[in-house]
Design a binder for this molecule. Structure first.
Ligand code: URA
Length: 192
């Protein structure tokens, strides 16, 4: 296992899959490196690739709104993706691209040791929770593995496209807030 600095350095110069040839920036992850809550998306989009930061485009703005509903923010969550480089035209990351990249995420999880992991969307849920995960049926359900509580919710991009999914996601967010309370995780708004 590498420490944060070595891991980030290695990731920044990665050429383990074809995505390295089209990327502008590697999108390693953001957030406090002692956060107890971790969000995992699928992979960088256009804005993220240009900026080198996860969830900074329209889906990211929506994610920020979702976080604020339950008093979370980028100040108290760590945010990363399954793949660290943008798949061209925002296609789903291929299995072999995920395979090439997943060790970085595992190392991030091992360093962070979050109490809660929230998968954003189908791709992350299938990779992290269960290859047969059905997001429409199983979003908002919880599993505990090795002391880490895990769930999946709809991806913010899906919620931007399909507003009919938003009420269910609101319930899922409340369930996340409940789990945070149950586990005694302190999430003060910044400045307090
Ligand atoms: N969608 C993702 O899954 N991750 C990002 O960082 C941005 C959009």
């Amino acid at each position: 296992m590498l420490d944060w600095e070595a891991l980030e350095q290695r990731c920044m110069s990665c050429n383990q899959c074809g995505l390295c040839s089209t990327r502008h920036h590697v999108v390693f992850g953001v957030g406090p490196r002692n956060a107890q809550i971790m969000f995992i998306g699928e992979g960088p989009g256009e804005q993220e690739d240009l900026k080198g930061e996860p969830f900074v485009g329209p889906a990211g703005q929506f994610l920020d709104d979702m976080l604020s509903i339950i008093d979370l923010s980028r100040h108290n969550c760590y945010i990363a993706n399954i793949v660290k480089c943008r798949p061209p035209r925002n296609r789903d990351p291929k299995e072999e691209e995920q395979d090439a990249c997943i060790a970085y995420l595992r190392n991030q999880v091992a360093l962070l040791r979050p109490k809660i992991i929230i998968c954003l969307g189908r791709i992350a849920a299938k990779r992290i929770l269960d290859p047969n995960f059905r997001i429409t049926r199983e979003h908002g359900t919880w599993v505990e593995r090795k002391g880490v509580w895990m769930t999946a919710i709809y991806h913010p991009s899906a919620l931007l496209r399909d507003i009919s999914k938003r009420p269910e996601t609101f319930d899922d967010l409340l369930s996340i807030r409940q789990k945070i309370r149950e586990l005694g995780i302190a999430v003060m708004p910044p400045g307090l």
